[in-house]
Design a binder for this molecule. Structure first.
Ligand SMILES: [Zn+2]
Length: 501
């Protein structure tokens, strides 16, 4: 049911065209140092689009997510206990889970993201960098880097404009303390895949780089892993691609030291949450992919997160703008889609009763949607979850209490009451949403009642508030006898103010 337009968008097709013939290795990645959010998902989805575009051209493609699990902890993420300060510089894969639910700090943040990727059906190989280092996968490129220390240092200085210390090394061995940031490499023993270092306390030690006893520094690692993985394409967020940034250094290191052609790239922009700002784990402004999969299907999430063009910044509106987004999405994938706002109404009216929801939809004129129970149950769950977390006040209401007339009904005036009587007299079981909407409007016009007062009366007697979902489909979906009965009961209540027409 996925329409191909957003599985292979135009911009991805252009990338695939530039890439030419393969085999190809598309690499994405992130350091699991904090919550992995929707902005990070954008990177994976950019990769997925390019993978799809390449496959559509008959190319052979490997799609990789490089989780930087061996990376050192650089700062304390929001929600992580302050005592983690003593672990600064230690590998994420070797730290305890701050909430004790996973095997490590890295897994705690990687786990939910991995689960979301799997819920979305994304076919991607997840590689953990600590495992790659431990298996010797990076031994060859590490040796090369150490052999070219002076050249790498010069590139780093020229590109970043920063003076590097004399003892600078592309390799960060792990000290006995666990820290990757203290030790200084003093000797390279290439035959043994080993470096000798002096740690922060002046003690000498050694590290075997074919066994993961350390790692390459980030900027060198980027170029080294292109070579080791055979990467041909990698998307980057704009923080990496700024002038003098990590891609600038990696590009030169790849060409001049690793003798590897720079992979094609695509620069994607940040995602902001409307009213909150740019997504950022370190600022605690995050939205997890899993949260959004609770309110929409995977393909809708793909469409939302990629936007028209991921090279442009995106302002996510999950409140006022969400129903329209869902309607646009559904219009592309379904023949006669139910407006999302109506699903929200139905979901709140019937609680969890799918059969009752189907009844409401049939009466509202949505026969196709009413026929597919499984799909309907899923759509109702999305609508319910959205209502719980995001819906604006205007779209929320309490589930109707069939037995009780709302107290606010006592405030209706005689004109409103007579209007309800007139509607009750003309309302028929087989009317659909549009017909009921027309009826509600016509009866108001006939009686010279302003639409706001008329519709306000309808909402008041049914929901106990002055506004609500679109009245026609809402009333049409309810049991007709119940509505008639309620309208008449409220009108009988009083004719005391004497404004007889
Ligand atoms: Zn955990």
């Amino acid at each position: 049911m996925s329409s191909s337009s957003y599985l292979v968008p135009d911009w991805a097709e252009k990338v695939a065209e530039r890439l030419g013939s393969g085999p190809h290795v598309v690499v994405t990645g992130i350091s699991p140092s904090g919550t992995i959010h929707i902005g990070n998902l954008r990177e994976v989805l950019v990769g997925e689009s390019v993978v799809n575009a390449l496959k559509a051209r008959g190319e052979e493609v490997r799609f990789v997510f490089h989780a930087d699990t061996i990376d050192p902890l650089r700062k304390i993420a929001p929600g992580v206990p302050e005592q983690y300060k003593r672990y600064l510089g230690h590998s994420l894969s070797r730290l305890p889970d701050p909430e004790s639910c996973h095997t490590s700090y890295a897994e705690h943040f990687l786990g939910p993201f991995e689960e979301a990727l799997s819920r979305m059906g994304i076919e991607i190989e997840i590689l953990r960098s600590h495992e790659l280092y431990e298996s010797g996968f990076y031994a060859e490129v590490t040796k090369k880097a150490l052999d070219h220390t002076a050249q790498l240092r010069r590139i780093l200085q020229e590109v970043s404009g920063r003076e590097m210390p004399e003892y600078w090394s592309p390799y960060l061995p792990r000290a006995a303390s666990g820290s990757l940031s203290g030790p200084r490499v003093v000797q390279h023993l290439p035959e043994e895949c080993r470096v000798v270092f002096v740690d922060e306390d002046g003690r000498e030690g050694s590290a075997d780089y074919s066994k993961g006893e350390g790692k390459l520094g980030w900027r060198v690692e980027l170029a080294a892993r292109w070579k080791a993985l055979g990467a041909t394409f990698e998307p980057f967020g704009k923080d990496h691609t700024s002038r003098g940034g990590s891609t600038d250094t990696a590009d030169r290191m790849a060409r001049e030291v690793f003798r590897y052609p720079v992979p094609e790239r695509y620069e994607y922009e940040w995602i902001q949450i409307k009213g909150k700002g740019a997504m950022s784990s370190s600022k605690g402004i995050v939205l997890l992919p899993g949260e959004l999969l609770d309110i929409m299907p995977p393909d809708a999430l793909r469409r939302m997160v990629l936007g028209r063009d991921p090279a442009r910044a995106l302002d996510l509106d999950l409140v006022e703008g969400f129903p329209r987004f869902m309607d646009e999405y559904r219009a592309e994938t379904e023949k006669n889609p139910v407006p999302f706002a109506h699903l929200v109404t139905v979901a709140q009216t019937v609680a969890g009763d799918t059969a009752a929801a189907a009844g409401m939809l049939r009466k509202g004129g949505y026969r196709d949607a009413a026929a597919d129970y499984e799909q309907l149950a899923e759509d109702l769950a999305y609508a319910r979850n959205w209502t719980k977390t995001w819906a604006p006040e205007s779209l929320r209401f309490e589930v109707l209490d069939l037995a009780k007339i709302p107290e606010a009904a006592a405030d209706l005036n005689a004109d409103q009451r007579r209007y309800l009587t007139a509607v009750a007299g003309a309302l028929e079981e087989e009317m659909n949403g549009d017909e009921v909407q027309n009826l509600l409007y016509e009866k108001a016009v006939e009686r010279g009642l302003k639409p706001k007062a008329a519709f306000g009366a309808v909402y008041t007697v049914l929901l106990g508030k002055k506004s609500g979902p679109k009245a026609g489909p809402f009333v049409a979906g309810l049991d007709t006898d119940f509505v008639r009965d309620r309208f008449l009961k409220v009108s009988e209540d009083t004719t005391t103010d004497g404004t007889e027409s």
